[in-house]
Design a protein around this ligand. Structure first.
Ligand code: IPE
Ligand code: MG
Length: 227
């Protein structure tokens, strides 16, 4: 969800207002995803590198979490949304941790859209955690499989096993992965748009999903017709 800062600059408002507009865009995308019958959605909300930003911006983002949990929890529940957090969020301010725990707990039994929020998340950090857990379990290196690593990632140990993403969209014209789902993205289709995240609307999202459905995914194999 990139481009909140540039959106704020373009509108001559403080950066935190860009993040607020980003939250509103996210709300609409979550509901659109649920309505399309897509089962899994993961958003990159805050990376392990985002702590480098000013305290004002970081605490502004965390305050928005509390605000949006309070205003959106009812609607998320009505839409049968389940939430997983990918990342260690216990070092966030207590009000944010409490709000997140309340939200995750309230939606725990829902079996609609599985909405994963990557929060204080880094792809390399996630792989490192997985390997550490496997080593701590005393796994024989000769027996170690890719599946073992997958299972110890946030996506593999979540309440609903979250499959690798089919499609990854990055907004705001940047064309990088920036430590997002580093292990899981091995065969994901990638799409980029110049639209800044706060302006990313369900219409453009739906067009991208349609374009995705016309892509030919071979996973390193060959097209049926060419065989
Ligand atoms: C994305 O928007 C939101 C977060 C990383 C929290 P940015 O804040 O990165 O926006 P730009 O890149 O400065 O425009
Ligand atoms: Mg950015």
């Amino acid at each position: 969800m990139d481009g909140n800062g540039r959106w704020a600059k373009a509108h001559g408002v403080p950066r935190v207002m860009g993040h607020n507009a980003g939250m509103q865009a996210m709300k609409k995308i979550v509901i659109a995803t649920s309505n399309m019958g897509i089962k899994y959605l993961t958003v990159y909300a805050f990376s392990t590198e985002n702590w480098k930003r000013s305290t004002e911006e970081v605490s502004g983002i965390f305050n928005l979490i509390v605000k949006y949990v309070n205003s959106e929890l009812e609607e998320l529940d009505e839409n049968n949304v389940h939430i997983n957090i990918f990342g260690e969020y216990d070092m966030l301010p207590k009000a944010s941790v409490d709000a997140i725990n309340k939200m995750v707990g309230r939606l725990a039994d829902n079996d609609g859209l599985v909405f994963n929020i990557a929060l204080n998340y880094g792809g390399r950090d996630e792989i490192l955690r997985s390997v550490k857990e496997i080593v701590a379990e005393g796994k024989d290196p000769d027996e170690l499989t890719e599946d073992d690593i997958s299972k110890h990632l946030y996506s593999g140990s979540a309440h609903f096993d979250v499959p690798d993403p089919d499609l990854i969209i990055r907004t705001s014209g940047e064309e990088r992965m920036s430590n997002f789902l580093t292990w899981q993205a091995a065969y994901s289709e990638l799409m980029f748009t110049d639209t800044l995240w706060p302006d990313f609307a369900p219409e453009e999202y739906t067009e991208m999903i349609e374009a995705y459905s016309n892509r030919d995914r071979r996973f390193g194999g060959r097209k049926e017709a060419d065989k």
